[in-house]
Write a protein of this length. Structure first.
Length: 482
């Protein structure tokens, strides 16, 4: 309960009688101050009583039109308010959608009950750009007396949630040379190991947890149900390296290269969950690792990786630079060890300032940091400690082919099996449909590259993209041969 500015103006008016009583030597004027004070006190007590009744009897229900919604899709929300009858207070109720939501002003989200009204309702629409579980915040209620002297503000109890999912791409194709693949992990067929289980963590009980996993000691210690979460001691481990740099951002909204690669990653996580395999995730941006999860095989771990994948988007834009041009640029920036060695020998014995300045760069070009790129360095880091029975999965585009080749080669040497899932730029450029012959030629170039990767020992290489676009490209080539 708070006094408004108008109330303090009334109080000031009452005090003015006392001031006049002193200045005019008229003691009777003090009764004016007393009268205003008594009237104000009665109003405040009456407001407090009405406010208490209103808080107890008012109900607010925020109802999203759907329990599940796609990102950036309009969601209608209705707000229904029911208050006590025969009250002298005006009530306004502001619905508060999730913090990340957009599209509705405070005025559009506010329902108002007059002193003679018992119910009110309003409807508004918002969009939520981020995937995950979005919680509506508690509604804010504010009461005001009919003279505007006092206000009371409190929050309601209603706090609905909606599940926000990313827009999924259509007709996801994963395969080789236009043929759908039959397995997600490539050629590795490791069986699930049920040799035992290790405790991963103890956490609070949530709805849906099995009673078999309740830890009664922890429950007694914390005075609240706790469950013991187990981690399977599986032999097989899966590490996912997903590229989210601008080179995977080509395509229409919701159907970019990254969106298709994410679908593959989500399928891998789901299969790991079904088999209780340990899984790790590395998301790679222009400046290195942007998200990282170590090897674990608990339900909350799988859920956290899924939520992270849904929340990721490709970084920025490459300004229309095509995959082939990007490959050329990567090739020119790449210095082989033999070239660096030859140039270093040229500088041998040269003590000039220029040679001194240049020599460290040529030395690094042949060391462990040669050709260091965000994806390559992340793959090296992710496979440094874990190599036994590890399946490495690299999800990227064909924009930087030398880098992809280095990553896959390193993964095949360090991991038990390596899988490369590539989203070819040619399948995500709508302008390529204007010249199907050229488009087919670019696809053939990609297919040669994919086969070279698949020729490495213990490597499976797949194409990922819209199946209808790929079928259009291949059909045009078949018709041309007829």
């Amino acid at each position: 309960m708070h006094a408004t500015r108008r109330h303090w103006m009334v109080v000031s008016f009452g005090l003015s009688f006392s001031v006049l009583a002193v200045l005019l030597d008229r003691p009777a004027l003090v009764f004016g101050t007393v009268g205003v004070a008594c009237w104000s006190l009665v109003r405040s007590v009456s407001f407090a009583s009405e406010l208490r009744r209103q808080v107890e009897e008012t109900t607010v229900i925020q109802t999203p039109a759907r329990d599940s919604v796609r990102t950036n899709t309009s969601l209608s929300v209705s707000v229904d308010v029911e208050g006590p009858r025969d009250t002298r207070l005006d009530l306004s109720v502001e619905s508060r959608p999730p913090l990340s939501s957009r599209g509705a002003s405070a005025a559009a989200r506010t329902a108002t009950l007059g002193a003679d009204e018992a119910t009110a309702a309003t409807t508004y629409s918002v969009t939520i750009p981020t995937a995950g579980t979005a919680s509506f915040r508690h509604p804010v209620l504010e009461s005001t007396d009919e003279l505007g002297l006092f206000t009371g503000r409190w929050v309601g109890d209603d706090e609905p949630t909606v599940t926000v999912t990313q827009r999924t791409p259509r007709n996801v194709h994963v395969g080789r040379g236009g043929q759908m693949a039959q397995t997600r992990y490539g050629n590795q067929q490791a069986e699930r190991n049920t040799s035992g289980q290790a405790t991963a963590e103890i956490r609070e009980y949530t709805t849906g947890d099995s009673l078999r996993h309740v830890d009664w000691n922890a429950t007694a210690r914390f005075n609240y149900p706790h469950v013991r979460e187990y981690e399977n001691e599986a032999d097989r481990k899966v590490v996912i390296f997903i590229d989210r740099r601008p080179s995977v951002g080509n395509g229409r909204p919701g159907e970019t290269q990254f969106a298709y690669l994410r679908e593959v990653a989500l399928a891998l996580v789901e299969e790991a969950n079904e088999r209780s395999d340990s899984i790790a995730l590395y998301a790679v941006g222009r400046d290195g690792i942007t998200a990282r999860y170590p090897f674990r095989s608990t339900p909350t771990h799988y859920a956290a990786i899924r939520e992270t994948l849904y929340s990721l988007d490709p970084e920025g834009s490459e300004g229309g630079v095509g995959g082939e041009r990007s490959e050329e640029r990567a090739a020119t920036e790449r210095m082989s060890g033999s070239v660096a060695s030859r140039r270093r020998r040229t500088l041998r014995g040269d003590d000039s300032a220029f040679a001194t300045r240049l020599r460290p760069f040529l030395t690094n070009a042949t060391g462990a940091g040669a050709n260091a790129t965000p994806l390559r360095s992340t793959v090296e880091r992710g496979l440094t400690r874990h190599t036994e029975n590890v399946s490495a999965v690299v999800l990227t585009s064909d924009a930087h082919r030398h880098e992809v080749r280095d990553c896959v080669r390193h993964a095949s040497q360090q991991a038990t099996w390596a899988n490369a899932f590539l989203a070819p730029r040619v399948l995500f450029d709508p302008t390529d449909l204007t010249d199907l012959d050229e488009t087919y030629g670019r696809y053939v170039s990609f297919e040669r590259f994919r086969r070279k990767l698949g020729a490495y020992p213990r490597v499976s290489a797949f194409e990922v993209g819209p199946g209808d676009m790929l079928e259009t490209v291949l059909s045009s080539a078949r018709e041309a041969r007829v």
